[in-house]
Design a protein around this ligand. Structure first.
Ligand SMILES: C[S@@+](CC[C@H](N)C(=O)[O-])C[C@H]1O[C@@H](n2cnc3c(N)ncnc32)[C@H](O)[C@@H]1O
Length: 210
């Protein structure tokens, strides 16, 4: 199953983050409360609550870990609704983040935990990196924060107009992801899909080192 090693991605429904790794011969485990929208023979998707889940002891350690805990009760953009949601929602949101952090740190592997600009900076610590998807070829803005560890390498952005490098920065012609998606039932899911250009950039920056 694991010719190139196992890549683990938590709170990941689509598996967009692990796709470049799968295509390069790695195997992936993704964990999410929701089923995966599609199957892939080298992706094993586990429907589970991350606060109750443990990495299987019989498997080799993952080579890298990604985590995308939900931001609904943490994102600064939703601050006006915090009081109405109550303490329980905040506590649960932080428990999910902490469960992701635990799996990431226990893995001993490079890891990144993703969230938008959020109250995590107050409750936990400042993020190590921030980026917009348009910095990595995805043509929209959504300011995104990363908390990283274990030697995770943040991919370089290459500015438009740099003659000697493959450009990764593109104009955000689609505008802001926060504002642009229509108010359908799956709006939150659509809006939170990992930007594929960023996933590829992370693969390129880290695959040679894991
Ligand atoms: C911000 S979205 C991340 C989506 C991801 N970027 C993707 O491309 O699928 C958060 C995800 O966390 C999942 N989730 C929420 N609570 C969870 C929990 N307790 N355990 C596991 N997954 C959870 C949601 O179903 C959702 O898919």
């Amino acid at each position: 199953m694991n010719a190139g090693g196992i890549v683990l991605s938590l709170c990941d429904r689509t598996g967009t983050m692990v796709l470049p790794w799968i295509e390069a011969g790695y195997s992936a485990i993704t964990v999410d409360l929701q089923p995966a929208p599609r199957e892939h023979h080298r992706r094993h998707h586990i429907v589970a609550d991350i606060t109750q889940w443990r990495y299987p002891a019989h498997l080799p350690r993952p080579v890298i870990v990604f985590a995308f805990p939900p931001c609904s009760h943490l994102a600064v953009s939703g601050a006006r609704w915090f009081k109405g949601k109550g303490l329980g929602a905040l506590i649960h949101a932080l428990q999910v983040v902490d469960a992701c952090r635990r799996v990431c740190e226990d893995s001993g592997a490079p890891y990144m935990i993703e969230n938008p600009v959020s109250t995590l900076s107050t409750y936990w610590r400042d993020p190590d990196y921030t980026f917009d998807p348009c910095g990595y070829s995805d043509p929209y803005t959504k300011q995104t924060c990363l908390w990283v560890g274990g030697g995770f390498v943040m991919p370089e952005k290459v500015q438009i107009g740099d003659l000697f490098a493959e450009p990764t920065c593109v104009e955000p012609v689609l505008g802001s992801a926060i504002l642009n998606f229509s108010p359908t039932a799956d709006r939150a899911d659509t809006r939170s899909i990992t930007p594929p250009g960023f996933a590829t950039a992370v693969y390129r920056a880290n695959a040679g080192r894991v």
